[in-house]
Structures are given as structure tokens and as C-alpha cells.
Design a binder for this molecule. Sequence first.
Ligand SMILES: [Mn+2]
Length: 394
Amino acid sequence: MYTHNDLDGIGCGIVAKLAFADKVEVRYNSVMGLDHQIERLFEHEKKLEEFHLFITDLSINEENTKRVEQLHKRGGKVNFIDHHKTALHFNEYSWGTVQVEYEDGRLTSATSLLYEHLLENEWIHKTKALDEFVELVRQYDTWEWDQNDNIKAKHLNDLFFMFSLDEFEEKMIERLTSQQDSFNFDDFEQKLLSMEEDKIERYVRRKKRETYQTFINELCAGIVHAESYHSELGNELGKEYPHLDYIAILNVGGKKISFRTIHDDVDVSAVAGQFGGGGHAKASGCSMGKDAFDLYVQEVYPLDPIRQDAFRNRYNLKESPKGTLYDSRQGDKFFVAPMEDGKWSIEVKNGILEESFSQFQEAENHIKRNFGASLSRDDVYVKYLVDFYLKEKK
Ligand SMILES: [Mn+2]
């Protein structure tokens, strides 16, 4: 079995080992590494027809697709199981099973698809603990845990990062073999998880102050440099800065970019696709070539980070019927106030902007995206109102 080296990929390995024990050999691969490994397999392993080849949670290139198709035609057993939209074309082959969502709308994961495949063939023994484990992996991989507030799914992924791949795999197989009624963390793991949570919180708080914004190919990108905690950052920065279309997390040393979005109308697999990468609508990635480096690193370097909103205000509050004030580094002021028709207008130095907004958030997005302004402190707000009323009197 060849599978991905993330939680969903390891989930496949764990489920396969529970089914086939020492009869299965599992190789974990990065997105970039898989094709080379498959190529080597076909070079060195002459009796592939005698094996059953599984490829899960990752895609293979055209040449490897041809190799696999020929193996299948020679009578070899092959299963390609994936849930990425970008892999749907593998359904053209009888050995390809790519399903992005279930009939009820829930998203699939490679682990859940493989588990169901193994159950159908009666190759694996169903237990409550295993059902729960597979579901945690699925919720983590599809980000459904966040909507469902299923912190256990996130904790499973945290643990995966705290242990080595082999240790994690061994621990999980041992647990799922010995405890079949429910899947739980032990006391030591619980302690580790709470320490990890505090650490992530501090890290994310710091990164919020190191986020930059710019327009790239018409979309407003939030840009941050970070080597770890990509999912947490993507999510937290996305919520902190909802005016951004997506968050690009850069790892210059590893020459990689991860893209995350919290918005349903933004597809970051398309953003990654522009630079030769891919993934899901809400989470994707690409390697950082020269083009991407120029756009996301070089051009952004001279900018200042996004200004955070004033956070101890008592008067200058968002959606206030009296109006809400924003100001930019250059000292420009933007006053958002409700109009008689229920829409929101933006007042600037030389009058009112022509455009009005049906939601307050849209008005704020407009100001933040185009002028980089942030919520003013109370003292600036009070002074603005005083000047405004004095002007009215004259
Ligand atoms: Mn996956």
C-alpha cells in the first residue's frame, strides 16, 4: 500500500494493518514523493501480479497511471482509492474509486473510503472503536470537526504530530486491537494535549501580528510565514481577518505554500493550481517556484503587517447605530454608519463613497481590503465625533 504521510494517509495504513496484519507493507509518501516511489516499485518488483497494490489519498502522474493500467490488464490486482476532487478522472479506470462526498452531503476521506471497501470485502472486523477512529480521521481531514466542535478529532491529529509516524501507528493499532468498545486517549496523552493546546494558542496569537495582505490574481490574500500548525493558523487567521479571501502560509525553507480559506465562495485548490499544486476547496498547497516566490514573498516583503483592530473599545464598536470608525497607517479615516434604508454607508474625507453595503461586514471588508484600515481606538473615535459635530454647527 502506498499512501499519504498525513493523518488520513496514516489512517489508511492503520486500517490496512488491522485488516491484513503482517501481510501488508505500507509506504508513507509526501505529495511530491509518491510518483518516484511508484516508478521504483515497477522497476524493481518484477512479480507485481502476485500482489494486491493499493494507492490511497494521493494521485499518480500519467506515466504511472499507464503502468498501473498495464498491470491491471495483465491481471494484477489494483485499488486506487481517493477523495480529492482533482483525482476524479481516475474513475475512468475500473481500478479507480474516487468519491468526494457521501449521498448525505458529508465529505469523504481516504481512510473512510478504504475502511468501507475493506468492510464490503469482509477483510476487516468492524468494532465501535474502529468506527469512531475512522470518523475522527474523516472529520479532521475534511475539517468537519471544526463545524461540529469535535475537538477530539483535532487532538488525534495533534498527537500524530507529537509522536513519530511509526510510534503513532503502533500505538493506534495496539489500542484498536485491545479496546474495541470506544476509542479514547490515555492520561499521559491528555496531559500532552493540553500543553500542546496552550503552545498553539500563543503561537497563533504571535502570527496574527505577522500577517500581511495583498491582492494576487484578483483575490485578497493574507500571507504569513510559518513552518508548523498550518491548519490552526489557516482557521484562526481566517476568522480573525474575514475580509481576506484566503490565507497563504509560506515555508520558504521547504519551498512550499499552504492555502486555507474559511469562505465557501473561494476555492483554494484553484489558487494552488495556478502554481502547479492542488488539494481541496478549503485547503490546498503547492511548491514555491520562482513565480510564487515573487508574488508571495518578494512583493510582500516591503509591506507592513495587517493592523489589528483596537480591542478594548467601549464606544467605537462594530455595527454601532452611531457609526463605527476605522483608520489606516496613513491617517485616513473611514466612518461606517447606517442609512435610512438599512444599508451601510462609508464616509471618507471628501464625502461619502458612492457604493453602499447591505451588510455591515461588507462595508468593513471593503475598507480593510482596499485601504488596510482597522478599527480605531476610542480616543480617535471620540475626537472624530467631536470634530464632526463642531463642523455641523458652523
Ligand atoms: Mn485525505
